[in-house]
Structures are given as structure tokens and as C-alpha cells.
Design a protein around this ligand. Structure first.
Ligand SMILES: NC(=O)c1ccc[n+]([C@@H]2O[C@H](COP(=O)([O-])OP(=O)(O)OC[C@H]3O[C@@H](n4cnc5c(N)ncnc54)[C@H](OP(=O)(O)O)[C@@H]3O)[C@@H](O)[C@H]2O)c1
Length: 331
């Protein structure tokens, strides 16, 4: 096939990453075993960093950006997948070391794919995307590594109006947790409450450096902000509680002490979605299928054409996207 199609490509220009749309063909794609026709991708914070050039996400160039895809298998050299299978791919280094999802076709390794869960359309799967699947991994982490069970105290969700935060609130509320949402956007209160938060706090209350052990509030938490926010969340967690940390929207530093860990047995659980095992992925998607209210998902989702990516990248890095944006790679 000599047909060309558009891809969001990262190149290195004057030593810096630079994003631009480029026409590519099948011959340009990597020689992996499964050819996918992509229906939808999605906008993650990492995509924003890659396309805006505010982060060095691509570890080699040229690189097709885009972390997540949902699509249909066109052809497969692997017995695991057949033409017509509907599949989802999250992470596995797409847009970092492997060509990604902002394109109509991509070739990928069979072990990176999971079947599209029956509960979701391709568009809904990408409304969830890495952000939502990471939120599910965080809830799994709290319930397995931590000793958190519904009904016991309050769970803090930071970066609440963002992608991870929005899905985390909905998943936790569905399980019966009492969720307190931390946001810098007071105008999102009605939205966050509609997802299941029972209380809202101003993120500024977690942004200043605080004491090593503060008044105990949180039985657990899901943090996508990092920096002083995470340090304060840990210092405010009750004895034996746990915080699942997955993000750095507020900074990559962690200006805290060991005191919450050694005097209150607080656990800090790291969550990485990119190289999570297949078992962890399937469990997270099972949780999403079971607990994510489709009406909540609809209320947090907008759909945009791929041509909007440059502008959307700036918007998500500025912390101004509410919920999730699905990217229609064919528009
Ligand atoms: N570990 C992993 O595998 C993994 C997977 C997915 C995402 N992540 C990371 O998780 C983070 C969130 O991702 P996302 O897709 O949810 O992004 P997002 O939609 O942009 O949400 C991030 C939210 O963080 C808050 N925020 C932004 N800037 C802030 C600042 N300077 N200080 C305090 N809060 C700030 C905002 O929430 P409010 O407006 O409500 O305050 C924003 O909506 C990112 O750092 C991303 O890289 C990691």
C-alpha cells in the first residue's frame, strides 16, 4: 500500500524536540507483528509534554507521539491476534521508545495488546486512556498494598479535576469510599461532586511546605501532583494509611521527611502504568468495567480531531483540561 496518512511526529531540531504533522506510509512503520487500524487515541499529560516540547518524552527521533490507542487488527503474524480483533494498548513505551498512536495505522508487538473490554466502545476506552487506567491501578494498589477498605475515613484525591483525578473519584465513590477532592479550580466543584466527591479542598492548602507530622486526616489518597502536595498528604495520613503516587503535575520533587513512614507506618505506593504487567492491566480494566459509571465517563469526556493536538498539548500542560479528551485520529 503506497497510501500516505498523517502522523503527529516528534523530530529533533537544533537539539530540541519539535512536533509537526507529517505524511507517512506503511513502509515507514516499525516491523512489529500486529498491524492496527487506529480509531481513537487520547490526550494524556505526557502527550502534552511531548507535543509542546516542554518535556523530553521521545528518547529517539523521529518518533510518532501518542501513548494510547484503540483500534482493529488489520493483520497479524502472531497467533494471539486475528484480523478484525478489537484491541486497546496503553503505554509500553509508545511515544518514548516505540512509535505511538497519533496516526491512522501502527504496527505493535502482540504482547502489548489487550482485548477491548466488552463494557466499552473504542471511544469510551480512549476516554479512559492511560489516565483512567492509571487511576484504576492506584485504587488496586491502595486495596492490595495498602490496607484500605471502603467506609473507613476519608480518601484524598489530588489534581482532582484532571484525568487521573476525575476517574479516581468515580471509581472510589462507586466502591463506597468517602472522597475529598483537592483542586485549584473552584468552578469544578459541581462537576467533582457529580462524580462522587463528598468534599472539596483548595489545592493551595497542600501547596505550602508543612510540618513533618500534621493533623491526621486521610485514610488513603491518590496523588497525581507530587512535590509539596504529596509531602503534605503523607504528613496528614492516619496511622497505617497509604498514598498511591502516580504523577508530577505540580513538580517531581518530594520535599518531605521519613517521619510519617517511621512514626505512623504510612505507606507511599508508587504506581507506574507504562510497564505494568498484563495481570495488573487486566485487573485494572476489569475494575473500570465494573465500577466506572458510564454517565460519569460521558460527563468528563470531550472528543477532538487530531488537528487540535498542538493547542490541546499547551492546554493540558497548563492544567486547564477538565477530565479527558479523546483524539479522533481520522479527523
Ligand atoms: N505513573 C503513571 O504511569 C502515570 C500515568 C498517567 C498519568 N501520570 C501523571 O499523572 C499526572 C496527571 O495526569 P493527568 O493525565 O491526570 O493530567 P491532567 O489531566 O492535566 O491533570 C492534572 C491535574 O493536576 C492539577 N495540577 C496541575 N498543575 C498543578 C500544579 N502546578 N500544582 C498543583 N496541581 C496542579 C490540576 O488539577 P486541579 O485543576 O483540579 O487542581 C490538573 O488538572 C501527570 O503528572 C502525569 O504525567 C502518571
Amino acid at each position: 500500500m503506497t497510501e500516505t496518512f498523517r502522523a503527529m511526529m516528534i523530530d529533533t531540531v537544533d537539539g530540541r524536540p519539535q512536533a509537526a504533522f507529517r505524511e507517512i506510509s506503511m513502509a515507514d512503520l516499525p516491523d512489529h507483528d500486529v498491524l492496527i487500524e487506529i480509531a481513537y487515541s487520547t490526550l494524556n499529560y505526557k502527550d502534552g509534554l511531548a507535543i509542546s516540547g516542554k518535556g523530553r518524552i521521545a528518547r529517539r527521533t523521529p518518533m510518532v507521539a501518542g501513548v494510547d490507542l484503540a483500534g482493529t487488527v488489520v493483520s497479524s503474524r502472531s497467533p494471539e491476534w486475528n484480523s478484525g480483533d478489537r484491541v486497546v494498548l496503553n503505554g509500553w513505551g509508545l511515544s518514548e521508545t516505540e512509535w505511538g498512536a497519533f496516526t491512522r495505522f501502527q504496527r505493535v508487538k502482540p504482547e502489548w495488546l489487550i482485548p477491548l473490554p466488552a463494557a466499552f466502545s473504542m471511544q469510551q476506552a480512549m476516554a479512559i486512556g492511560t489516565a483512567g487506567y492509571t487511576a484504576a491501578l492506584c485504587v488496586d494498589a491502595l486495596e492490595t498494598w495498602g490496607t484500605i477498605t471502603p467506609g473507613e475515613g476519608e480518601i484524598l484525591v489530588t489534581g482532582a479535576a484532571g484525568g487521573v483525578g476525575s476517574v479516581a473519584i468515580s471509581l472510589l465513590a462507586a466502591r463506597g469510599y468517602r472522597v475529598i477532592a483537592s483542586t485549584g479550580r473552584p468552578d469544578t466543584e459541581e462537576y467533582l461532586t457529580s462524580l462522587g466527591a463528598i468534599g472539596i479542598i483548595d489545592r493551595a492548602t497542600l501547596a505550602e511546605k508543612g510540618g513533618p507530622l500534621q493533623k491526621e486526616h486521610w485514610t488513603g489518597g491518590i496523588d497525581s501532583v507530587g512535590s509539596t502536595t504529596l509531602a503534605n498528604a503523607l504528613a496528614q495520613t492516619v496511622r497505617g494509611g497509604a498514598i498511591a503516587a502516580c504523577g508530577l503535575a505540580g513538580g517531581a520533587d518530594l520535599p518531605g521527611t521519613v517521619m510519617p513512614h517511621i512514626l505512623r507506618a504510612v505507606t507511599l505506593i508508587g504506581v507506574d502504568s507504562v510497564y505494568a504487567t498484563r495481570t495488573q492491566r487486566l485487573a485494572a480494566w476489569e475494575r473500570l468495567s465494573r465500577d466506572l459509571d458510564p454517565a460519569h465517563l460521558d460527563s468528563m469526556t470531550t472528543v477532538a480531531p487530531m488537528s487540535d493536538l498542538p493547542e490541546l498539548a499547551e492546554t493540558i500542560v497548563a492544567g486547564r483540561i477538565r477530565g479527558r479528551v479523546v483524539i479522533d485520529v481520522n479527523a
